[in-house]
Structure formats: structure tokens, C-alpha cells
Write a protein that binds this ligand. Sequence first.
Ligand code: KG4
Ligand code: ZN
Length: 358
Amino acid sequence: MTKTLRILGLESSCDDTAAAVVSSQGQRVMSSVVYTQTDIHADFGGVVPEIAARAHAEKLDYCVEAALAEAKVNLANIDAIAVTSGPGLIGGVLAGVMCARGLAAGQNIPLIGVNHLAGHALTPRMTDDLPFPYLMLLVSGGHCQFLLVQALDKFTRLGGTIDDAPGEAFDKIARLLALPQPGGPAVETTARDGDPKAISLPRPLLNRPGCDMSFSGLKTAVLRARDQIIAQDGGLPKAKRANLCASFQTAVADVLKEKTKRALAKAAEITGNTVPLAVAGGVAANTEIRTSLNLVSDSFVAPPLRFCTDNAAMIAWAGLELFQAGLTDPENLIARPRWPLDKISPTMLGSGKKGAKA
Ligand code: KG4
Ligand code: ZN
């Protein structure tokens, strides 16, 4: 019988401090603790790297203790430590790497540096046993890319945003329309009372071949439409605000749907077969976007939201898979601000408010 492996994972690359324990057998995720920093950055309109790094350094120990307690294990029951060692905001990544190095050295167990994007990309294997190959669409406030996932170390980026990430666009639209942050859920709720055809918005880059996307023009178009309404009506009536939200949301869903179709075709061309579609990232919570993605693939996998957004279970899981493949790191593991998963495709121009991640 194979030994049950338990991995402790740490995540601190952006604005969530997280720790989790996963097991190679049974329920897999034994615990997943996330301490979000949203409140401490709220007054600044974005993540402040120095504040984030300090908060990670303060909270990591508590998250580790809580994750061990929730899993009902102690460090002596852990076989290896996995940690996000990039890409991300360097202060936060460093805090996580240093904590993991200390824990691994103290327990004399292996250390595994995990690429944050690989953590997201491998999540459907943890939640749904999805076999390779598959297409992963990562859509959050910081990421937006299509990855063809063929093996633990074989990721091909088929396209991505050339400016804002979709979550970032939702957040900016919310700000333009005086809705609360995070913008995604607020825009989605408001859109329910709106007419998606009321305001004509562009579908950026659809007239260009390939799978690259752009969302910043859409934001400018919403700003113009809003200003026009204000000039005409002397304010922004509730019904028109709902129309703006609905029209924007449908525009994003249309772009993602069409580009996903193309990415799936490209993936089939590369692998010689139709591949399943999986999604991760906070924007995957959006019902209209989920529904439209579901339409383009017969096998669509959307992991539970708590594993789609930033968490440490995905890092522990990726660490487990790497550990099983014999891929551990030396005890002087370093933090990497940039770490493209796909070493061949050119670097993206932009990828979100939380810093270019790949
Ligand atoms: O994955 P995530 O928790 O954090 C990172 O960005 O890494 O994603 C957060 C993003 C935010 O921009 C938020 O507005 C967006 O996901 N989001 C949504 C929805 N829920 C969260 N966007 C659209 N519709 C939603 N229901
Ligand atoms: Zn992430």
C-alpha cells in the first residue's frame, strides 16, 4: 500500500495569506485557511505591496497554526512544505518562502517551490481528477490567460489579456458607477435588473485572429456612456446604471466565450484531440460568464469557488504532485517576482492591477 502523503501549503503572493493541508488519500483537502487583506488595502484603491508584505509576515504563522489545527495534525505529520515561490509581489512571496524554509529546515522535510499560476492551473486535478491535457482559462483580478496544460511541467500559453484582467475591469466599472468593491459581485447583482442590449459596447479584439484579449477599452466605453447619460439626465438613474452593468457584463462574457472557442480549437490542433475546458479565478464566480463558457465545451470543469480564488490548498496540491514526481527544491529556495509558466511564448504586456504575473 502506498503511504499517505500530507503536504502543508503556503500562499502569500498577492493580498491573501493562506495555509492548507492536503492529503494524497481520501478527502484530499484536510484544511484551507485564507486570511484576506481586502480591508487593509481598501482606502488605497489597490494592493499596496509594502503593506501586503508586512501583513503576510504577521499572519503566516497564525494561518499555519489554524490550518494544522483544522486538519487535526501537527508538523510531525507533514511530509513536505509547499510554498508559492513566484510570481507575485516580491515582499509577500519572500515572507512565504522564508516561513516555508524555516518550517522545512526545522522539521528536516523537503521543500517545494510552486508557481502560483501552476497552482491555479492544476486545481481541477485536485477537485475533479481531471487528466492531462486540458485547457485552463484563468480569469481573476490579476490573471487572464489561456493555458494548455499537458503535464506537471508542460504549460503552453495560447493567449491572454494585453492590458487589464477581467476582474480588474469589473472593479473599475464598479468604481465608475459608485458601486462597492470588489466590483465583480456588485456589478453582477446590479446587472440583474438591466437590459444587456440597452447600451452598445465594443467587443475588443474579436476582429483580430488569435486568443489575446483586451478589456481596458471596454472600461473607457462604459465611462463615455455613463457621462452621456449624466449629461442628458442630469444624473445616473438606477435603471440606466443597471443597463450599463448588464451591457458591460455581456460584453465581457461574449469576448471570453469567443476567445475560449478559439483557444479550444488551437488546443485541439496542438494535441490532435478535443480537450476539456477548466476555469479558475474570482471572475469564474460570475453566472453569466460561467453559463457562456459552459456552452462552448461539452466537458467544462469549474472547481468550487473557494479553490478558484487565491488559496493555499492549490499550492499544497501542486506541491504534492511535484513531490510525487520527485521534484523538490533545495533549502535555499528563492522568491521570484516573475516566473512565466510557459518559457517559450512571449511575455504578456500586461496582466492586471496586482502586477504583471507572467
Ligand atoms: O481570484 P481572485 O479572488 O483574486 C485575484 O485577483 O487573484 O479574483 C478577484 C476578482 C476581483 O476583481 C473581483 O471583482 C472578481 O474577481 N469577481 C467577480 C465576481 N466575483 C469576484 N467578477 C465578476 N463577477 C463576479 N461574480
Ligand atoms: Zn491567483
